[in-house]
Write a protein that binds this ligand. Structure first.
Ligand SMILES: [Zn+2]
Length: 700
């Protein structure tokens, strides 16, 4: 080697040394003990907790069981003979439905996807790839369970199991091509919102949070060589964070997930830029709390998405707190997101399926786990009651909850209005009659064109219903779930409402009744829509006005959907005149009648549940339509009634009485601006106006 070469070689060595020093410096965090969500001291505490609290012992045992069974559980579930990663990236779970019925398919290994309603067998793409998505989630969850089990027991074999998944994915991650949702190649952001292991940044983010946590729990052990640590940090965690962090959206809850994943990667890699981006970035955590929360409700207007967004938001707050930033305190809208659903909860614990949410979730049981860390952070007594009532039967209670909660009961829910979020919950002074009206912001891509819609709950069940949402792979999600005629509101000229934000006009919560008036906002050009609902313990009075503001005549349709079998007074004839679009194509067994007086119709659900509906004639001609539409459960058709009036304005005065009623309404009349409702036991007079006057006379 000549001297020139030697000096060049020395320079190279010097450079390599500098790089190595840099790597060592960065490895000081890589070999740090767990700190992302739980520390070694926490595991000591958790083991003690499990020794003293039976509910905690159960959760500890469940983690060990999951870890013990993994990866056999994975291989068995997916019909595999070895621990192999999915051969390709995943696909969109919303397409995993029986095309005929909308029911979720069932996987029969190795390659059949079976429709359990019809026996039809689906094969190939995208179904295989949707199973690959399930496999990836099963792998990251198994790895996390193993890592937690290692920390709880010190058993080295668990650490090896967890580490194996991280190593396999570090080798593989960058070889999975970036891809989006199959069949949506033309949609905006197809590639931007895609992933490698998954078809969406959303799922990639959910996966990455678990990967980061698993790595955090294991990295200071001997299951990794220094090279493996670098490989995992660079080629899996950082690489996946870059996938997640490419863009805002496409929906607001997805941004919460990608922020959560970028935060997890940032805290694990001690990368301040990633942490700043996730928390203080242009669409980061703080931006979301300031811009996406109204009256404590999530901007997308669907409680399902509110809770879904809360998972990563909560993780982010927990991780930040461990790093010395208390987002729980600094961003009070986070706590508000936990509180607000209590205002919409129906007496049986379900929440309405407004916008793209499923109806009928037993929300306080299913989401109780989220309230554990929230209670630890905020000490809200209602959260403690939710945790207590759920029996602390979830992993988060063990990992993130307080040691003990003595007892707790939720306060009796009251009528409440949320003007900015656009919900009014009217609750009966006596009994469980509840109506929730919706008039708020549209809700973006998860919104429904349903301003002024309502649902009514009584006698333990939901009666007047919103379709909620199917899986997004079902065409009727777009052609029915979202459209105006599918909701309990007014549509004009058989058209779908435009996206709009309505507003609260008046609100009254009195000892004997609750009342709300809301305006739909600009949902139709040249038409104003307003609705007043008055709820007593016995019925709902609903006054809906539609007015042309440009002098033009329109068809105004009052739409109503209720479970059960419908009977209407009058002579009806078959009808086939509905347009085959905008949701009307889904209406079937259609009948119509011209009615000049009042309409009385009933929806009989069973011997203990029915809804009696009166729509006053108001001295004008109505065309009434009845038949069946779709509902939350596609195979169960739901009867509808549409009352159509033509002109420059229409006023629908409806009384909805859940039954069988103790007194039973016998007549509804309107005179001199007052509405009189008579039963065998009482006579009510209601005078609508800026302030609603209500008066009841008991009959002898
Ligand atoms: Zn809806």
């Amino acid at each position: 080697m000549n001297p020139q070469d030697r000096s060049f070689f020395r320079l190279q060595w010097a450079a390599l040394l500098l790089i190595a020093t840099g790597l060592l410096a960065s490895r000081s965090i890589a070999q740090a003990p767990p700190h992302l969500l739980l520390s070694p001291a926490d595991f000591t505490r958790l083991n003690e907790l499990a020794r003293t609290q039976p509910w905690a012992a159960k959760q500890r045992a469940a983690i060990l069981k999951e870890a013990d069974e993994f990866p056999d559980s994975y291989e068995k579930r997916f019909g595999l003979t070895s621990l192999e990663l999915p051969p390709e990236g995943g696909q969109w779970a919303h397409d995993y439905v029986c095309p005929d019925t909308g029911t979720e398919l069932k996987f029969h290994p190795p390659d059949e996807h079976v429709c359990t309603d019809t026996g039809r067998v689906m094969k190939g793409a995208p179904y295989d790839q949707i199973v690959y998505q399930d496999r990836a989630f099963a792998l990251d969850e198994g790895a996390l369970a193993a890592a937690l089990a290692y920390r709880l027991t010190g058993d080295h074999a668990y650490a090896v199991k967890g580490a194996q998944i991280l190593k396999l994915y570090a080798d593989r991650y960058l070889t999975y091509p970036l891809h989006g949702i199959m069949g949506r190649e033309q949609s905006p952001g197809f590639t931007l919102f895609g992933g490698r292991v998954f078809a969406q940044t959303l799922d990639e983010a959910e996966f990455l949070i678990n990967i980061c946590w698993t790595y955090d729990l294991l990295r200071d052990t001997d299951v990794f060589t220094p090279q493996e640590r670098t490989h995992i940090e660079r080629d899996l965690i950082y690489a996946a964070a870059m996938i997640c962090d490419r863009s805002k959206g496409p929906t607001d809850n997805i941004s919460s997930w990608t922020n959560g994943a970028v935060a997890a990667a940032g805290y694990v890699l001690d990368d301040k830029m990633l942490v700043d981006q996730a928390i203080d970035g242009p669409w980061g955590f703080r931006f979301q709390m300031k811009n996406y929360v109204q009256d404590g409700f999530w901007i997308e207007g669907a409680l399902g998405y509110q809770y879904y967004a809360l998972e990563p938001l909560e993780y982010t707050a927990m991780m930040a707190k461990r790093a010395g930033v208390d987002l729980w305190k600094q961003e009070p809208n986070l706590g508000a997101l936990f509180e607000s659903p209590l205002g919409l909860i129906l007496p049986d614990g379900t929440t309405p399926g407004f916008n793209d949410a499923r109806a009928e979730r037993h929300v306080l049981d299913e989401r109780a786990h989220l309230y554990e860390a929230a209670y630890s952070a905020l000490g809200n007594k209602d959260f403690a009651a939710i945790n207590f009532n759920a029996g602390r039967a979830n992993r988060d209670a063990f990992l993130f909850g307080v040691a003990s909660i003595d007892a707790g009961s939720l306060p009796k829910p009251k009528s409440a209005v949320f003007p900015d979020a656009g919900y009014a919950t009217l609750r009966a002074p006596v009994g469980d009659l509840t109506e929730i009206m919706k008039f708020g912001p549209f809700g973006g891509s998860h919104g429904h064109f349903d301003k002024l819609t309502e649902i009514i709950f009584a006698k333990g069940v939901t009666m007047s219903v919103d379709p909620g949402t199917q899986r997004y792979g079902m065409p009727s999600h777009y052609t029915w779930d979202k459209v105006t005629v599918a909701h309990n509101t007014v549509s004009v000229d058989e058209a779908v409402q435009k996206p709009a934000t309505g507003k609260l006009v008046a609100w009254q919560a009195e000892p004997e009744f609750a009342a709300v008036t809301a305006d739909a906002g600009p949902v139709y050009d040249g038409v104003d829509l307003q609705r007043t609902s008055v709820l007593t313990s016995d019925y709902v009075l609903e006054i809906t006005t539609a007015k042309s503001t440009d002098g033009k005549e329109h068809d105004f349709d009052w739409n109503y959907h209720n479970y059960g079998v419908q009977h209407a007074d009058g002579t009806f004839a078959a009808y086939s005149g509905f347009p085959q679009k905008d949701g009307y194509q889904h209406l079937e067994q259609n009948q119509t009648a011209a009615i000049s007086g009042d309409l009385h119709t009933e929806f009989v659900m069973d011997k203990d549940h029915e809804m009696n509906v009166w729509v006053l004639g108001g001295g004008v001609q109505s065309q009434v339509f009845t038949g069946l539409g779709l509902g939350p459960d596609l195979p169960v058709k739901i009867p509808y009634v549409i009352v159509r009036r033509h002109g420059v304005e229409a006023r629908f005065v409806a009384v909805l009485e859940p039954g069988p009623a103790a007194a039973g309404i016998v007549s509804v009349t309107s005179a001199g601006g007052k509405i009189r409702i008579m039963s065998a036991k009482w006579e009510d007079t209601i005078e609508p106006g800026e302030k609603i006057a209500y008066h009841r006379v008991s009959l002898p």
